[in-house]
Ligand binder design. Sequence first.
Ligand code: FES
Length: 146
Amino acid sequence: MENNKINRRDFIVKGAKTVVMGALALSSLDVVKLVSAAQNTEFEQSNVQKVINLADYPELATSGGYAMITEKVIVIRKSKSKFIAINISCTHKKCDVEYDGSSFECPCHGSTFDNSGKVTGGPASKNLKSYRTTFDVNSNTLTIDM
Ligand code: FES
């Protein structure tokens, strides 16, 4: 019987341990929630994915083909499995550049860019913005991280 009794000191020690364990458990949950929230926020802010079905873009069926998939984004098929997606806003003063099948040229002040968006002639000094693409051969879809 004597062993089942709890004295004041044991009560305080056990109580303190319970409080500490509870705080640690809560802290762990809070950290998980915060990390999750941070990841979701980052995902929402930096990654908008657009998935296109290549069957809807016959121009992209062969290497060298290209098609506008939004008002500002062109996709170029570089090879059987490689695509690039480029924003057509000129990096000089935001005019829409034009693609002739092998390079881009800006109608406003004449900047030129190669077919990967790399600047080849000024006044623009920065490459065109490009987006990561992922080709899924099984579903014949292309995912663009915009
Ligand atoms: S806006 Fe394109 S060269 Fe000036």
